[in-house]
Design a protein around this ligand. Structure first.
Ligand code: ADP
Ligand code: MG
Length: 508
């Protein structure tokens, strides 16, 4: 018994010891897992902190960007090739004022969507009477096809639209003036002609090089048997400025923040040094800045931006655009998240869609950023459905939101700096000499028309832009108004067709 008992005790003891050992192993495993998890988090947090620092836009840096913008604007106006800012002449010297009358059409090509529009203008005091817009995505294969195919497609859509429209109105218009919004850099030789300088935003139609874009369109219209005259060739910024000015004559500039980004503004002709001898009736001309290509060493650039550029179709081009516009913001965030995934494993298996370029679109990034639910369920859903990473914990969701915030905040603050740069160049930032007729130093009411899917659809982005303008300009910011236009890029072209084809022009 005793021995048995002893043996029994021994066995008992052994089991107990075994249990204790197992508990130890489990505890050790837990501790080691916690340590590992802590390390993973530490690395993830480090990467986010590094990224945030790299994207830093304190007001001092923004002011450097403002000044660099002004310097580059001067350089671009001084000579062709004088700056990365092309500062293109548009030959637009009259902007609509609200007294235009008649029916006008417009085409808007230059991004993900293509629009055909018709605008009815009732003359003074009546505003836009009626407007029809038809929007459709551009078939991907056309973006890299031939001029004939691309413009043939556009002309056929326009014809369809005009025919339906005229059927419903039971009458044709004799001379149909068309405004053409073509949002790529064009070297214009008049308000209704110009040669494409380069493609951007994923378009690449080789036989368009060195050809007059209006002639290409006009040819396609004739082939379709459409009796239409292209009255103006503008880009989306100029169209947006025109619509802004139609509604509010204090509008002096326009900015687009959609798939790409660009800006234009009203400049005095005597400041356009590279085109001495240029005379306009108004003494002013709209300048298309092509600001997507702006660059200065003051821009907060990170390794992710460098890599995105290296992998892009247009390396070393459109540096400002690559930090700001809808085509790229989601992709920057994806690159950061992917690096975090690889180096910290907080997303688990890396075999997800995170490794795939452009897997995260900017609208989805915005949705995650603006997720207000306590458990960030939109973030969870998008990460699961789009990036195919199931079930990330709340802590990881917060990290995703943080990355979106950093990307979006930097972009918005750089847009603000760009806008203030324009205002400074034309003396509307409160720093210039006082304007005649108003108390010394009091700034003039100034409106900037802003358009584009990114700006319209992303309210936190808009808030960040406003906030930064106030930070840079202080009290003067109360005289600056950013007004969103809708379909301005197209409608504005129709308004310009009206302004430029009427006998009584209303100069800027
Ligand atoms: P485009 O610039 O191609 O003429 P839009 O002005 O409509 O067209 O802008 C579309 C772009 O805006 C999309 O490519 C997308 O990146 C961005 N965008 C659209 N909606 C949103 C949104 N809700 N939040 C953030 N970005 C958006
Ligand atoms: Mg557009």
């Amino acid at each position: 018994m005793g021995g048995g008992g002893g043996g029994g005790r021994g066995v008992w003891f052994g089991v107990a010891a075994g249990c204790a050992a197992a508990a130890c192993v489990i505890a050790a495993a837990l501790v080691s897992r916690r340590v590992k998890s802590h390390r993973r988090w530490q690395r993830a947090a480090e990467l986010v902190a590094e990224f945030e620092e790299g994207c830093g836009t304190p007001v001092g840096r923004l002011k450097q960007v403002v000044d660099a913008m002004v310097v580059e604007m001067h350089a671009g106006l001084a000579s062709d090739g004088g700056s990365k800012l092309k500062m293109l002449l548009t030959y637009v010297d009259s902007l609509p004022h609200g007294s235009e009358k008649g029916i006008y059409y417009a085409l808007d090509l230059g991004g993900t969507n293509f629009r055909v529009l018709q605008v009815q203008l009732g003359g003074k005091g009546s505003n836009i009477l009626k407007q029809k817009v038809e929007k459709q995505p551009i078939p991907q294969e056309l973006m890299t096809s031939t001029c004939e195919k691309m413009f043939g497609f556009i002309a056929s859509k326009l014809k369809q639209f005009v025919e339906e429209d005229e059927e419903s109105r039971e009458g044709t218009i004799e001379t149909r003036a068309l405004g053409f919004t073509f949002s790529f850099p064009v070297k214009q030789s008049s308000v209704s002609s110009g040669v494409l300088m380069k493609w951007t935003k994923g378009f690449s139609i080789e036989d368009a090089a060195d050809r007059d874009i209006v002639a290409c369109l006009q040819e396609a219209l004739t082939k379709e048997g459409l009796n239409m005259q292209v009255a103006v060739l503008v880009n989306d910024t100029v169209g947006t400025l025109a619509l802004g000015h139609y509604h509010d004559q204090d509008t002096v500039a326009a900015v687009i923040i959609g798939t790409g980004t660009n800006a234009c503004y009203v400049e005095r002709t005597d400041a356009i040094i590279k085109y001495q001898g240029l005379l306009t009736n108004s003494g002013s001309m709209v300048i298309n800045m092509e600001w997507g290509n702006f660059w200065t060493s003051h821009l907060p650039r990170t390794s992710y931006d460098v890599e995105l550029d290296e992998d892009s179709l247009n390396r070393t081009d459109q540096g400002f655009e690559k930090m700001i516009s809808g085509m790229y913001l989601g992709e920057i965030a994806r690159r950061v998240l992917f690096r975090i995934a690889v180096e910290s494993e907080v997303f688990g298996d890396v075999g997800s869609k995170l490794s795939q370029p452009f897997a995260l679109s900017t609208p989805l990034m915005a949705t995650m950023h603006e997720d207000e639910s306590a458990d960030l369920r939109e973030v969870k859903r998008i990460v699961e459905q789009t990036l195919q990473i199931p079930d990330i914990p709340l802590k990881t969701r917060r990290l995703v939101v943080k990355v979106c915030d950093i990307v979006s905040r930097r972009a918005a603050r750089l847009v603000a700096a760009g806008i203030v740069g324009i205002l400074k160049k034309i003396g509307r930032d409160g720093s210039g000499p006082s304007t005649s007729g108003r108390p010394k130093g009091q700034p003039m009411r100034t409106v900037v028309a802003v358009e584009g899917g990114l700006y319209e659809g992303y309210s936190m982005f808009r808030d960040y832009v406003d906030e930064a303008i106030v930070e840079i300009l202080g009290d003067v910011a109360q005289y600056i108004f950013l007004k969103t236009t809708v379909d301005g890029s197209g409608t504005g072209a129709a308004l310009l067709a009206a302004a430029h084809s009427s006998n009584r022009k209303s100069y800027i």
